[in-house]
Design a protein around this ligand. Structure first.
Ligand SMILES: [Zn+2]
Length: 263
């Protein structure tokens, strides 16, 4: 099995027994080069098996997947972060897309609280707000593409490339997933949900940034959101420092390259 990030040969890492939703033994493989970890079991499912698993999981446990209080707080903090960064001209606000938006929670908050328009798209859900006409989803046409809790569900590189392909030549890419330095070799790791199949690392994210042409990034711990910038550090860093200085604390953590916050 080849790594979908750096194309090295992956090797067996560990097995977890689920015994739920037709999932029995799940085999996780790891890339020795970039640390990206994937479920070989999930990657080899047919599209029908994959869809059935997602449907059973979401029907049974959509609201218990995570504490709704924490999740709603995070959506608000993500909306607030995007608003703040727009006010400080770190993100242009003409044309925004939330790819894999679910019901469109971030878009709703951006509209209600900050009067900012975030268009929504989801293959599996019907968003409640700002649903985009798919004919308007043309390559390199958005100032900002957001995806929250998407990367850990993506089984192939083409999908990652497609999501990124909507970001325009000077645009930003916002990502919420869990990105540690290394994936723990532990079947009890809390992120191993039945529908999570791809686990990214600081190094694998740096490789993606390089291959897609992003220069620098920021991370905000409260919203658990990374923003990747095509623009150079010399443009972005002074603006980040200005926000942090006016708040009096490191609201945004900046790095030339991928912001490896969790080490
Ligand atoms: Zn790799």
């Amino acid at each position: 099995m080849k790594c979908i990030i750096c194309y090295s040969d992956m090797k067996f890492y560990f097995t977890k027994i689920f015994n739920i939703y037709d999932l029995k033994e799940v085999h996780y493989w790891i890339c020795p080069h970039c640390g990206f970890c994937a479920s070989k079991t999930h990657f080899e499912m047919t599209d029908i098996e994959w869809t059935n698993l997602n449907n059973s999981f979401h029907n049974k446990s959509h609201n218990s997947e995570e504490n709704p209080y924490n999740r709603n707080q995070r959506y608000f903090k993500q909306a607030q972060m995007l608003h703040l960064m727009t006010k400080h001209k770190l993100i242009d606000k003409n044309n925004w897309l939330d790819w894999g938006c679910g019901v469109g929670a971030v878009s709703l908050l951006l509209k209600k609280m900050f009067s900012i328009k975030l268009m929504t798209y989801d293959k599996y859900f019907t968003p409640k707000i700002n649903l985009i006409d798919v004919r308007a989803m043309t390559a390199r046409s958005f100032d900002l593409v957001v995806n929250t809790a998407v990367f850990e569900h993506v089984r192939d590189r083409d999908t990652l490339n497609e999501i990124e392909s909507y970001v325009n030549a000077s645009g930003c890419f916002a990502i919420h997933t869990l990105i540690p330095e290394a994936i723990p070799k532990n079947p009890e790791w809390m992120y191993l949900l039945p529908v999570h199949c791809a686990f990214h690392t600081n190094k694998s994210m740096q490789i993606l940034m390089d291959s897609w042409g992003y220069n620098c990034s920021v991370y905000n711990e409260e919203s658990k959101l990374w923003i990747l910038f095509r623009k150079k550090s010399s443009v972005i860093k002074p603006k980040v420092e200005k926000i942090n200085k006016s708040l009096g604390w490191n609201y945004l953590h900046f790095k030339d390259g991928f912001m490896d916050y969790w080490k």
